[in-house]
Structure formats: structure tokens, C-alpha cells
Design a protein around this ligand. Structure first.
Ligand code: NAD
Length: 301
């Protein structure tokens, strides 16, 4: 049976590394990284994401600001708020939680964030830097960065490996494909991107030494599409029902990945579970990016 690549364990390793480095930097500079989350309105999913980001930032020793705004805030006032944080030296990372209310143009808001504080890595300048690769890269987007980190920490060889990415979104498929094809450690792969218009999905997947699936379709990848011994990274998080939690007695979502996990684990060499695989890596890499931003801002990188 395949080796399990557990995001929950890798998260703990990385957050401990970040905590240690933050303490050392505090000693050296008298300062710590600062992260601000901007939440407009009270969408329950957004509230829980922001809370977890703030809690994690606190855990690693950052200063954190949870800036909650009324759903009626004007676009102009939101732009002014971003400008305030762009010019605040104690802030190294600015996160605007999506979705925003309909009267606000998301693109305009995200593009107003200083690219050097865009720790989500979604600003066009950072997308461009990622495309160029190497030393140009400041912030890789967090989910793809987490995927690459998991592959590396699992000891999977990427150089010359056939990587097949299922999905071509701007937040997962395209950036991870771009990262794996770059020169350098954890990359140097031969990359294929497949999507809804691909003619023979199965044939492409069968060639993959590393199969990265981010389609959002539960159980899309069948066990017979997996090359024996391959590394399978299942990014999909699909709610397929609800159950009563044994811990809390409350109703919680039943989550399933894009890969038929039980059958796939008998064929793959290594595989990520859902939940507890890629999921915990996203916020973890947000902390890594914020630390990096602090180091850039203080001439330590
Ligand atoms: P998206 O819907 O933007 O993109 C999905 C992509 O998959 C599209 O490019 C589409 O062409 C492709 N696709 C869809 N159905 C397909 C099919 N039947 N055959 C081939 N290709 C198909 O989604 P996304 O934002 O990239 O997210 C993908 C999945 O990853 C979702 O389940 C999402 O919840 C999950 N996700 C998880 C994390 C995390 O764990 N931290 C982060 C982001 C996304």
C-alpha cells in the first residue's frame, strides 16, 4: 500500500521551522512579520478561513490584524484601506478574503495590493515573476507552493519526471504546472496539463510519475489510470454529504477528493489523503510567504 503524504504532519514541521526563525529574527532585528486579513461582511466560510489564518499567524509569532469591514464599505474606502496597509512598514502581508460583495470589483482590489506584500501570490506582477522563475519569484501562490513542498518533503524525484496536472485554473493547475517545469530543485519535470477538452484523460494520467489532480470532481481519477508506484497528489476537496461529528456532535461535511483513494492507494507509491493532505498546506505556505516578505523588506534575503 502507498506511503501516505500527510499535510497535517508536514504543516507541523513547517510551522515549527517558521516559529523558530521568527524568534531568531526578533532577537536579531527587534521586529516580527506582520500579517493583515481584510474581511468584508460575514460570509461564514470566509469568517472561518480568516480566523484560521489569524490563529496560525499568532501561533508562529507574527503580529496579526483582523480587519473586519461592513458589507456596505465602498470600493473607494476599501482601496484607501489597502493603500494604508501598503504604506505601513509593520505589515508584510495583506490578504483580502474573497468573495467580495457584488458592488466591489475583485480584480481592482487585488491589483491594488503592493506586489511585495501580496503573500497570496495572485497579483499579475507575481504571476509574471512565477512564470519567469528562478530568482525572480517572490511569492508562489500558496496551494501550488504547498503541493511542491509536499512532493519534495516526501522525497519524490522530480527531475525528468513525467508530471501530469489535471485542471487549468489560475489558482492551482496553471501555477503548479509552471512551477514543476522550471529549472531547479523540486522541479525540472516534463509537464502535461489536461482539462475538460482533453481527448484521452486516462492515457495521459497513466504516463504520470507524479499525478496532480485539481479538477473538483469527486472520484474522477480511477485506479486503472494510475501508473504503479506513482506519486498522487489529490487537491480536490468535494463535499459529498454530511455526517454527525463524533467529537462535537454537530453536523459536518463529508469530504472526498478527486481520486478514488481506497483503490488508488493499492497502486500508487505515495498518495495524499483527503482531508488531511493538500488542504492544511495552503495556510502553512501563507506563513512561509509572509516570513519571506519580512526578510525581503528588511534586506535579509
Ligand atoms: P476550478 O473549478 O477553477 O478548475 C478545475 C479545473 O479542472 C478546470 O480547469 C477544468 O478544466 C478541470 N476539470 C474539471 N472537470 C474535469 C474533467 N471531468 N476532466 C478533466 N478536467 C476537468 O477549480 P480549482 O480552484 O482549481 O480547484 C480544484 C479543486 O481543488 C476543487 O475541488 C477545490 O476545492 C480544490 N482546492 C483545494 C485547495 C486546498 O486544499 N487548499 C485549494 C484550492 C482548490
Amino acid at each position: 500500500s502507498a506511503k501516505l503524504i500527510k499535510g497535517t504532519d508536514i504543516r507541523e514541521e513547517i510551522l515549527e521551522e517558521v516559529t523558530k526563525e521568527v524568534a531568531e529574527l526578533k532577537e536579531k532585528t527587534g521586529k516580527v512579520p506582520g500579517l493583515v486579513t481584510i474581511l468584508v461582511g460575514e460570509n461564514p466560510a470566509s469568517v472561518s478561513y480568516v480566523t484560521l489564518k489569524i490563529k496560525t499567524a499568532h501561533r508562529v509569532g507574527f503580529t496579526e490584524i483582523q480587519d473586519n469591514q461592513s458589507p456596505d464599505i465602498s470600493e473607494e474606502d476599501l482601496l484607501a484601506l489597502i493603500d494604508k496597509y501598503n504604506n505601513d512598514d509593520t505589515i508584510n502581508g495583506i490578504l483580502v478574503q474573497l468573495p467580495l460583495p457584488k458592488h466591489i470589483d475583485d480584480k481592482k482590489i487585488l491589483n491594488a495590493i503592493d506586489p511585495d506584500k501580496d503573500v497570496d501570490g495572485f497579483h499579475p506582477v507575481n504571476v509574471g515573476r512565477l512564470m519567469i522563475g528562478g530568482d525572480e519569484v517572490k511569492f508562489a501562490p500558496c496551494t501550488p507552493a504547498g503541493i511542491q513542498e509536499m512532493i519534495v518533503r516526501a522525497g519524490v524525484e522530480t527531475s525528468g519526471a513525467e508530471v501530469v496536472v489535471v485542471g487549468r485554473s489560475n489558482i492551482v493547475g496553471k501555477p503548479i504546472a509552471n512551477m514543476m517545469v522550471q529549472k531547479g530543485p523540486g522541479a525540472n519535470s516534463t509537464v502535461t496539463i489536461v482539462h475538460t477538452r482533453t481527448k484521452d484523460l486516462a492515457a495521459h494520467c497513466k504516463r504520470a510519475d507524479i499525478l496532480i489532480v485539481a479538477a473538483g470532481v469527486p472520484g474522477l481519477v480511477k485506479p486503472e489510470w494510475i501508473k504503479p508506484g506513482a506519486c498522487v497528489i489529490d487537491v480536490g476537496v468535494n463535499r459529498v454529504g454530511t455526517k454527525i461529528s463524533e467529537k462535537t456532535g454537530k453536523e459536518v461535511a463529508v469530504l472526498r477528493g478527486d481520486v478514488d483513494f481506497d483503490a488508488a492507494k493499492e497502486i500508487a507509491g505515495s498518495i495524499t489523503p483527503v482531508p488531511g493532505g493538500v488542504g492544511p498546506m495552503t495556510i502553512t505556505m501563507l506563513m512561509v510567504n509572509t516570513l519571506k516578505s519580512f526578510k525581503f523588506a528588511n534586506g535579509l534575503m
